[in-house]
Ligand binder design. Structure first.
Ligand SMILES: Cc1cc2nc3c(=O)[nH]c(=O)nc-3n(C[C@H](O)[C@H](O)[C@H](O)COP(=O)(O)OP(=O)(O)OC[C@H]3O[C@@H](n4cnc5c(N)ncnc54)[C@H](O)[C@@H]3O)c2cc1C
Length: 361
């Protein structure tokens, strides 16, 4: 039986491993103790009931394959070397190591108890703070402002971003206007087209009052701040040959079949790739379907490989459990708060991923 090594058990890697479990010897390499459903991480920060619900064990994801809790440290065609020093031969390799993003949007520790304790500590710090400063008016900064206001309506929340409007990307002006309207209604202050002259003196997520100055001369006093920007793809383990098509920003070019250019057996999916579309867990799941189908075809000696079609602009942006806006595929108009709450804000797709990991919700 062919061996498929999947590097990274996030949204894309876990789905690929599961989809190939019946046809290959799957080895999933992942340093985290449990899958973190980071789509709901910001809800997990403000609402203690959600904290446990964003961790799913890997134990029941695969029936035949195995999960090795380690890092890939060197990947070349046909072999993956992991942190322990073990070299594992592979017929196919799927690079699914995603991206890192500042806590609390993504976890920066691998042990679940430690991650839960860090979330609880940060929530306690947030509770102490009356004035919150968020740096970044992209999806994470906006979503966090909505979560904080939904949990603690009396906290003052300011969002600062050097770009002139909320949410960069190919979204309509009407949708941005609606986001600004809802933020105003929630009492979130937006300071756009400006940035801080220097980073706040305290570490992010720690309650301690400071005053910062913006490049436009405004002074902001806050009791806590969070960094809501800075996605970094995890691709530093590639051999020289495989790193040839890595871009300066760390993303990997892929062919329409989602292989690395010039490679027959090495695929890449998810946030790691340079596919021209928004980086989304949903997209990583669709990449996984294409790669699983293509590896299955290669294993079965078929040359019927499928090509991936990048998704049109798509976003589901809750502002707390009952607010937000969404741009859905195939629809010209954006969806408002009720629809966004129904599609994502109320349940945060917890059931969908609990099912994938075969754990009861
Ligand atoms: C707050 C927040 C909300 C979001 N909301 C949504 C949403 O509503 N809908 C949506 O579709 N998307 C959403 N996203 C985006 C989504 O989380 C990402 O696009 C998604 O995580 C990408 O999946 P991935 O499988 O490519 O990588 P990741 O989920 O980043 O997983 C990569 C995995 O690889 C592991 N890894 C890293 N390096 C190595 C290595 N060297 N060896 C082995 N393993 C390694 C990591 O530990 C990690 O588990 C949100 C993101 C954030 C931060």
């Amino acid at each position: 039986m062919a061996t498929v090594i999947v590097i990274g058990g996030g949204y894309g890697g876990a789905a690929t491993a599961k989809a190939l479990d019946d046809v290959a010897d799957v080895v999933l390499i992942e340093p985290k103790e449990e899958f973190v459903h980071n789509i709901a991480a910001l809800r997990g920060l403000v609402d203690p009931e959600w904290t446990d619900r964003i961790f799913y064990p890997y134990g029941r994801l695969l029936s035949r394959g195995r999960v090795i809790r380690d890092y890939a440290v060197h990947v070349e065609v046909g072999t993956v070397t992991i942190g322990s020093g073990e070299r594992i031969p592979a017929d196919y390799i799927v690079l699914a190591s995603g991206s890192t993003y500042p806590f609390p949007a993504k976890m920066d520790v691998h042990d679940s108890a430690m991650a839960k304790s860090k979330i609880a500590t940060t929530r306690a710090e947030l509770i102490k703070a009356d004035q919150v400063l968020l740096l970044g008016a992209g999806p994470v900064g906006l979503e966090l402002s909505g979560e904080i206001k939904a949990a603690w309506p009396n906290k003052a929340v300011t969002v600062v971003d050097p770009i002139d409007d909320v949410l960069s990307g190919q979204y309509s002006d009407a949708m941005r206007k609606e986001i600004r309207r809802q933020l105003e209604e929630l009492g979130v202050d937006l300071l756009l087209g400006t940035s801080l002259t220097k980073e706040p003196p305290t570490p992010p997520g720690v309650a301690s009052t400071f005053t910062a100055t913006t490049t436009s001369g405004a002074e902001i006093t806050a009791d806590i701040w969070f960094r809501c920007y800075g996605i970094v793809p995890n691709s530093d383990y590639l051999s020289e040959e495989l790193a040839e098509t890595r871009l300066a920003n760390g993303h990997l070019e892929v062919t329409p079949q989602l292989r690395l250019p010039g490679q027959e057996t090495v695929f890449a999916i998810g946030d790691l790739t340079a596919i021209p579309e928004a980086k989304r867990g949903g997209a990583a799941g669709r990449h996984a379907e294409v790669v699983a189908s293509n590896i299955r075809a290669l294993i079965e000696d078929s040359d019927e490989l499928v090509a991936y079609q990048p998704a049109p602009p798509l976003i589901l942006l809750p502002l707390g459990p009952t607010g937000g806006v969404s741009q859905l595929p195939g629809q010209e108009d954006f969806a408002g708060p009720e629809m966004t709450a129904q599609i994502k804000g109320q349940h945060m797709f917890a059931d969908r991923y609990a099912e994938m990991f075969n754990v009861g919700e």
